[in-house]
Design a protein around this ligand. Sequence first.
Ligand code: F6P
Length: 543
Amino acid sequence: MPTPSIPRCELHAWRAVEAHAREMRHVHLRDIFRSDPARGQRMTQETCGLYLDYSKNNVTGESLSRLRDLAEACDLRTSIQDMLNGRKINVTENRAVLHTALRNRSNRPIIVDGRDVMPEINAVLEQMASFSRQVRDGTWKGFTGRPIRNIVNIGIGGSDLGPMMACEALKAYSDRRLTVRFVSNVDATQFVEQTRDLDPAETLFIVASKTFTTQETMTNARSARAWMLDALKDPASVARHFVAVSTNTAEVVGFGIDPANMFGFWDWVGGRYSLCSAIGLPLMIAIGPESFVQMLEGCHAMDQHFATAPFELNLPVTLGLIGVWYNNFFDAQSQAILPYDQYLSRFAAYFQQGDMESNGKSVDRAGRPVRWQTGPVLWGEPGTNGQHAFYQLLHQGTKLIPCDFIGFCRSHNPLDSHHDILMANFFAQTEALAFGKTAQAVAAEGTDQALLPFLVFEGNRPTNTLLADELTPYTLGALIALYEHKIFTQGIIWDIYSFDQWGVQLGKVLAGRVLQELQAPSSPALQHDSSTNALIARYRARR
Ligand code: F6P
């Protein structure tokens, strides 16, 4: 562990932000805009096809400057370079953190343990491209000689959410003759429902697991193999219908998958940061290698921007610091991502893992309990659906929920006036959240006095707006890298390790013990707490 640094909350720069935030808490966005009417044009940044308007935040130039001072005091600049250059910044797992190498389109050497990782990355990308082309053009045949029509990805967490999100996001670019599905939950319902209308002779399973030991994935993979063998009756069929994506060759071989059908990646790719590795195989099959590379280009452009742009023009740093502002100095507990694009329907779910598994930590990098808030609850749904579900609370609830709105100038489906209607809602929501509706404005409409308090919108609810021209593979890549680096920025400010996930272990270990108790032939002596004992006994008696 590194030598303990000064706790973040004792830094002079932290206290300076804190003092300034105390003043800003009483300032309404209406007043901020009144005194600074040009901020809507000025408080914007544009890069990699993304235009960010952060003017509807309770910040002034001074707030941002103090936040940037905090970033400097936390050594964010050095930390970014450490990550990009392959230093082992994932200290508790003794690993480098190099998802950026996966999309290093400049191909500059990146050295880990004395070896350049780029040749291996390029080789796997080539292997993926060659396989994807064979599946897409029908030269990869199933065991009975028929081409593959259905791809089923079996994986969970980072081995599921990324490719699932991106396959949905880039559906407009996909080969519609192929069906791509995802099975993640150990609940058999998902496997059964996702495969019930598929012909095994035309189905390819991608078993995706970094460790190849994850209980859910291996259980689903075994059921998939049984499903296939039940139909095709020959163990030799597995070689034509199963491929693996993993870092663990021994386990892949042990499962019965030919290592020739394995796509590798490396321990320096975190599960939740693995979409650009072979974990993206279902996406590459769906959209083709060229579009996949476009996505990598978008990620790379944002990586370069993060690495080189001064903090005042740096999109991930700006978003990260604004998030810290509300999380640590305005007591916001959560953060919403609200894409106004149906293709991005899984974007918030993807970054729920990205953000919460990375920054849901409560000890600092020296192992001391933190005395400040770390990662927020991250959530969201696409607009306009959310407006008819949870926006009531955003507008009139008692909680402060900073929101990121993501929208596009052009739709892939320009049907009648749908897109203008969608975007009218998009713009209207951030306006309503910021400026609300005063009691005077309500009264001026001749409203019944008794109803007046219910019709007032306090406003002063902060939002960021991200507006891009069109949802392309490149734009998606830029968006993904933007949020990844935002998470990184915040992890550094909070002085936590963002790339391990020890918090998921305890539940896994306890589940193993409970499973033995559920499967014991006669009632086992249960030694949990009284609640867990009674629940297990009831389940055993009634299942
Ligand atoms: O349980 C959490 C986790 O380890 C995630 O970090 C990871 O994305 C997921 O499980 C799946 O792991 P694997 O790819 O090894 O199956």
